[in-house]
Design a protein around this ligand. Structure first.
Ligand code: ADP
Ligand code: MG
Length: 243
C-alpha cells in the first residue's frame, strides 16, 4: 500500500494552558477531499496553522509526500506542494488581482512572464479574469475569497487546505466554487475542506473528520458522520437531517 499524501500523528497545540488542538491524528490520501468540521473554536484553523508550519506544534508529527515536515516553515511546505487559504482573507491589498495571483506562481518560477501566464490561467479558472487589473483591497468579500483560492492554486499544490472558502458567498457562488474544487481534484490535487455548510461538506467530501474542543470526535464517511449521535450532539444539532 502506498503511503498517504498527508499523515498527521498525535498533533497538539496549546495557547497558554488551553489545548487548541489535542492529540489529533488523521491522513489524507492522494486526490481525496477530506472535510474538517466542528463548532467554532474547536481547533480547525489552528490545525491548518500547525500542519503548514505557521505555528509550531507542541507535539506530534506531520508527514507530507513521504517527508517528515514537522516544524518546517510555510514557504518550504508550500514548495513541497501543500498550501492553505485563510479564513480571514489576506490579499496584498495594494496590488492588483493579477499581481496577487502572480505572487503564488513565483513559488514555481522566477520568470515574470511565466508567473503571469500561470496567474492568468488561474484567474480564468476562477472567473476572475474580468477583474484582473482591479486593486485587490477594493474587491467585495466573495471575490476576495476566490482570489485567495486563485493565489493558492497558482503555487501548483498537491494538497490544498481550504479554510471556510465558501464563507461570505451566496448560494450560486458557493455552487460555482464547489464545482471548481471538484475540477481541482479531478486534475489530481487533494483537498482538506473546512466548512460549516453541511450540504456543501457532505456533497463534496469523501471522508469527514470532526473536531470538538481540539480533539478528534469522529471520522468517517459523510453518511456515518451525519448519523453519528456524538456528532449530532456536539455540532449538527438534533434538528439535523441528512436528507
Ligand atoms: P476554529 O477554526 O475551529 O474556529 P481555532 O483554531 O480558531 O478554531 O481556535 C481554537 C482555539 O484556540 C480557540 O479557543 C481559540 O480562541 C484559540 N486560539 C486560536 N488562535 C489563537 C491564538 N493565536 N492565540 C490564542 N488563542 C488562540
Ligand atoms: Mg477557523
Amino acid at each position: 500500500m502506498t503511503a498517504p499524501l498527508l499523515e498527521i500523528t498525535s498533533l497538539s497545540k496549546y495557547f497558554g494552558g488551553n489545548a487548541a488542538v489535542s492529540d489529533v491524528s488523521f491522513s489524507v490520501e492522494k486526490q481525496r477531499i477530506v472535510g474538517l468540521i466542528g463548532p467554532n473554536g474547536s481547533g480547525k484553523t489552528t490545525l491548518f496553522n500547525c500542519i503548514t508550519g505557521y505555528y509550531p506544534a507542541a507535539s506530534g508529527r506531520v508527514r507530507f509526500c513521504g517527508c517528515d515536515i514537522t516544524g518546517m516553515k510555510p514557504d518550504r511546505v508550500c514548495r513541497l506542494g501543500m498550501v492553505r487559504t485563510w479564513q480571514r482573507v489576506k490579499p496584498l491589498a495594494g496590488l492588483n488581482v493579477l499581481e496577487n495571483v502572480m505572487t503564488g506562481a513565483f513559488c514555481r518560477t522566477r520568470s515574470a512572464s511565466e508567473a503571469r501566464k500561470i496567474a492568468l490561467h488561474r484567474l480564468e479558472m476562477l472567473g476572475l479574469d474580468n477583474v484582473a487589473q482591479k486593486t485587490a483591497g477594493d474587491l467585495p468579500i466573495g471575490l476576495k475569497k476566490k482570489l485567495e483560492l486563485a493565489r493558492a492554486l497558482a503555487t501548483g499544490p498537491k494538497l490544498l487546505l481550504l479554510d471556510e472558502v465558501c464563507g461570505g458567498l451566496n448560494f450560486t457562488e458557493t455552487q460555482e466554487l464547489l464545482e471548481i474544487i471538484r475540477g481541482i481534484r479531478e486534475k489530481g490535487t487533494a483537498v482538506v475542506f473546512i466548512e460549516h455548510d453541511m450540504k456543501a461538506v457532505t456533497g463534496l467530501c469523501d471522508r469527514i473528520v470532526v473536531l470538538k474542543s481540539g480533539e478528534k470526535l469522529a471520522e468517517g464517511l459523510p453518511s456515518e458522520i451525519t448519523s453519528n449521535p456524538a456528532v449530532i450532539a456536539a455540532y449538527l444539532g438534533t434538528g439535523y437531517s441528512h436528507a
